[in-house]
Design a protein around this ligand. Structure first.
Ligand SMILES: [Zn+2]
Ligand SMILES: [Zn+2]
Length: 307
């Protein structure tokens, strides 16, 4: 089961023990890092995460609280003699900034650091894919160009009913593998066994969206659409809705409204303003709209698809 672990949930400045924006999506022992605020490498160390197992870093925008940890993390990866390639996704300003930073420029690093630079796309754009998962990006609405991300896994074949396969005469171990992979097999006596005879229903993929910093917008709704877990900008409570709009952020209620309209299953509120000591009042406001909502707790691993 994939997990999502917020490493930093603070907005703008560290406050009340909260750290700057970063979150880790973990699937089959590999990681995607969303944002990399200052100090993220310390947070990864506290979470006992090996940085060599990070395959992708996806930066939402070039406000310092979301990216100032990146040069430090990249140079530490170099010092740890990383050889595994790394994909860094972000808006165009990311490339300019990294190339101007001694020690963090992709040309200075001893491993392949592949920049996937894209202007925040208004429509869904796939920015990374692996054999079993992919990441799509969409433009959000903030004071500077910003992208939200949605990580998703593919639908998998149903579970193999090995007992049923044996009853149909399957005995060779490789035939079980073929059936599991959705291929038909021919037995020694010429009988055909089709995968649909021995496989359960297809298992749908799961998805996790990282949506910050943003006002409510078409991009945030699309990224949250039917997602299993959505981490959403919830910088302010209702009484600061005007301030949220002015600064390009969302209130907890607006995050909940987006999640409800999008049919998202579990909402995690994130990017909390330093004016609040904790999530209590914002959670209460959001749960009136989307009951399955929690204020994100740093270092807590949330299952993607468990609820
Ligand atoms: Zn921010
Ligand atoms: Zn920002």
């Amino acid at each position: 089961m994939p997990t999502f672990t917020p490493l930093g949930t603070a907005s703008a400045v560290p406050a009340h023990g909260r750290h700057l924006s970063a979150a880790l999506l973990t699937h089959r022992g590999r990681h995607v890092l969303f944002d990399c605020g200052e100090g993220t490498q310390y947070r990864l160390r506290t979470a006992d995460i090996s940085t060599s197992r990070i395959d992708v870093i996806a930066i939402t925008h070039l406000h310092g609280d979301h990216c100032y940890g990146l040069p430090g993390l990249l140079s530490s990866m170099a010092m740890h003699q990383r050889t595994h390639p790394l994909v860094c996704i972000g808006p165009p300003e990311l490339a300019t900034w990294l190339r101007a930073t001694p020690g963090a420029s992709p040309d200075d690093l001893p491993f392949a650091c592949m920049l996937r630079i894209t202007s925040p796309p208004p429509a869904s754009t796939t920015v990374w894919r692996s054999p079993d998962a992919w990441i799509e990006a969409r433009a959000l609405e903030h004071r500077v160009p910003v992208m939200g991300y949605r990580w998703a896994t593919r639908t998998r074949a149903g579970q193999l009913d090995a007992e049923r396969a044996r009853t149909l005469g399957v005995t060779h171990p490789p035939d079980f593998g073929r059936l599991k992979a959705g291929r038909a097999v021919t037995l020694d006596d010429g009988t055909h066994v089709r995968p649909e005879q021995v496989l359960g229903p297809p298992r749908p993929g799961v998805s996790c969206s990282y949506v910050t910093d943003t006002r409510p917008c078409a991009g945030s709704r699309a990224l949250a659409s039917r997602a299993d877990l959505v981490y959403h900008d919830a910088t302010f409570a209702d009484d600061h809705a005007a301030r949220a709009h002015e600064t390009g952020h969302s209130t907890a209620s607006q995050a909940a409204q987006t999640a409800r309209e999008a049919g998202a299953k579990h909402l995690l509120l994130g990017h909390l303003s330093a004016r609040y000591e904790n999530w209590t009042s914002l959670e209460a406001e959001a749960r009136r709209i989307h009951p399955n909502t929690d204020g994100a707790v740093e270092m807590q691993s949330y299952r993607v698809g468990a609820r």
